[in-house]
Design a protein around this ligand. Structure first.
Ligand SMILES: [Zn+2]
Length: 294
């Protein structure tokens, strides 16, 4: 608890958050003063832009159910998250269309009645277009270089891309470098978020080819601040999205919510830029569709 308090106090300095429930005898005088100063500032809204969620009942399977997610979001005063299924539930464990469907449907269940939860639909290599695709806030495209390939030349894959372009659904695209380039070229109208500032899409050092494209965003999940700073300096705050990817690994400090929030706070950015990165961009990108549906 002491450690957590220290982390939160540190991130308060950059983020303008309020710290609730901190007993006076837990912290030195200057920290109380800092906290008090921050109480007067507007609280900064935080939405975690990269969270995997799942409620599998099987033992030994990754899970991050709704209740645990909310507990951890609340611990840092975060308002919500962009959520997607675990690759384990999409294909790694059983590779069954039915299980994929269940895993994706759980995202809608978690998001129900929660305006700050943005559910993504994860597409796999069977390119299933569910009849309720328009209920999702966006798409997760997921592949590492050691995983089965999406075949972008198949009619089904093309049909899927046409449908998400028609619905104007933003895509969180995790792919190798060449397919990333191709996807973006083939879908010029789509907003694309590249996770980990490009680390798993061929490397952050290759991302410069997308810097001039206003449709391409980058998330800050599970990556060091040097890489985040490099991309921020190139594209600006409007195209950066805060995220953790910490789902189901809450004890993994490197990407825990408090550490990830602090990593951004420590960049020393202007408050208006922090507001965009922590939540503003997600709300603009994913929010328009949800508002239109109400
Ligand atoms: Zn992830």
């Amino acid at each position: 608890m002491k450690i957590m308090t220290g982390m939160l106090s540190a991130l308060l300095m950059g983020g303008g958050l309020t710290l609730a429930g901190l007993a006076a005898d837990e912290c030195p005088t200057n920290r109380i003063q800092e906290t008090a100063k921050m109480e007067t500032k507007k609280q900064m809204k935080i939405i975690d832009g990269h969270v995997h969620s799942g409620n599998s009942l099987l033992p030994g399977v990754k899970k991050y159910p709704k209740d645990l997610m909310w507990k951890e979001l609340r611990e840092v005063n975060a308002s919500g998250a962009v959520i997607m299924a675990f690759p384990e539930d999409i294909y790694r464990r059983n590779n069954s269309a039915e299980e994929r469907n269940d895993a994706n449907a759980y995202m809608l269940e978690v998001a129900k009645g929660e305006p700050d939860i943005y559910p993504l639909y994860t597409v796999w290599t069977d390119y299933i277009i569910p009849t309720n695709l328009d209920q999702y806030a966006g798409i997760k495209w997921h592949r590492h270089d050691n995983e089965p390939k999406y075949d972008y030349d198949t009619p089904a894959c093309k049909a899927f891309q046409r449908e998400i372009a028609r619905l104007d659904l933003p895509v969180l695209l995790e792919e190798e470098f060449e397919p990333t380039v191709r996807f973006i070229k083939d879908n010029p109208t789509l907003k694309v978020i590249i996770p980990h500032v490009g680390e798993s899409n061929g490397g952050t050092d290759k991302m410069h080819v997308f810097f001039d494209n206003p449709n391409i965003y980058f998330d800050t999940a599970n990556i060091d601040s040097k890489a985040i700073r490099y991309v921020y300096d190139a594209v600006g705050a409007k195209r950066m999205i805060f995220g953790t990817d910490h789902s189901a690994t809450p004890k993994w400090d490197k990407i825990s919510l408090p550490v990830s929030i602090k990593r951004i706070a420590d960049l020393g950015l202007p408050e208006e830029d922090l507001a965009l990165i922590y939540s503003g961009n997600v709300e603009r990108l994913f929010g328009a569709r949800r508002a239109a549906k109400k």
